[in-house]
Design a protein around this ligand. Structure first.
Ligand SMILES: [Ca+2]
Ligand SMILES: [Ca+2]
Length: 264
């Protein structure tokens, strides 16, 4: 994205040095200054993206077992046990906080491992796994529990789906197995999460369809223009509503962001 911005800025530099100082020149100069401001914003604004929930990347996740130092290797190799420990405390795996605005549901696919030698006496209900969604203050907002139904396999695949309440902007997830105990020896082997984006009415300039306007929409719009794409494929690109796409849509979008007009 930065490369695209630099490319566009250099293009405008050339235009500004070569074109006579007529009205078009000043409009180009204004656009150029906007792009400089844009690049500053791009460098100073942290990307608002979901963390990469992957069995091979648990950076920022927490595991409340003081005897085990959480690492990606631990989770990927099946060493994360979720059970009620000897202090009757539920061990939990907790995600980092993430931006959930514009997301309407989260689905978790969990591999739950029970060693085969326990299966003959193992109570599957003990392997019930709960996913809790918490708000910014770490208050539980909602939860869902899933129980394995196939006792004849040692690895269970559970699917947990939770709706993200409207208006919740920051959230984190916790995975707990309240009913399991040490003897059940259950372990989460893999957690992979996907987020479904809420359908929203078309918001001019909201190119990534997340319901708000920010720097990522500007870079997407510039890429869209440079690619020579058809307006019909992305109606939100016509920010100023004149029926075509041009650099004026970029300045209109930046104006909208700078004025804090994020929802209309
Ligand atoms: Ca957007
Ligand atoms: Ca336009």
């Amino acid at each position: 994205m930065i490369i695209s911005l630099e490319f566009l800025a250099k293009s405008f530099l050339i235009i500004n040095f070569d074109v006579n100082k007529d009205d078009q020149h000043y409009r180009d100069m204004k656009n150029y200054l906007f792009l400089i401001a844009l690049m500053v914003m791009a460098l100073s604004t942290a990307a608002q993206e979901l963390p990469q929930f992957s069995p091979y990347n648990y950076d920022g996740w927490e595991y409340n077992n003081p005897n085990v130092e959480l690492s990606t290797t631990d989770i990927a190799s099946g060493n994360i046990a979720l059970y009620v420990d000897s202090s009757n405390r539920a061990l939990a795996l907790t995600s980092p906080q993430f931006d959930c605005s514009g997301i309407n549901s989260i689905e978790a696919l969990v591999n739950w491992n029970t060693p085969t030698f326990y299966l003959s006496t193992f109570d599957l209900s003990r392997a019930a796994l709960t996913m809790v969604i918490e708000d910014e203050g770490h208050n539980a907002i909602d939860s869902v529990t899933c129980v394995p139904t196939t006792p004849d396999v040692s690895t269970h695949k559970l699917t947990l789906t939770l709706a993200v309440p409207t208006g919740l902007s920051k959230a984190r997830l916790r995975f707990i197995s309240w009913q399991a105990n040490v003897d059940s020896f259950g372990a989460v082997r893999k957690v992979s999460l996907t987020a479904a984006t809420a359908p929203v009415d078309m918001l001019p300039g909201d190119l990534n369809s997340n319901g708000k306007l920010d720097i990522s929409d500007v870079t997407a719009l510039i890429d869209f223009i440079l690619a020579g794409s058809e307006l019909a494929t992305q109606p939100a690109a016509d920010v100023d509503g004149n029926g075509s796409i041009s650099i004026s849509d970029v300045t209109a979008l930046i104006d909208s962001i700078l004025s804090g007009n994020k929802n209309s």
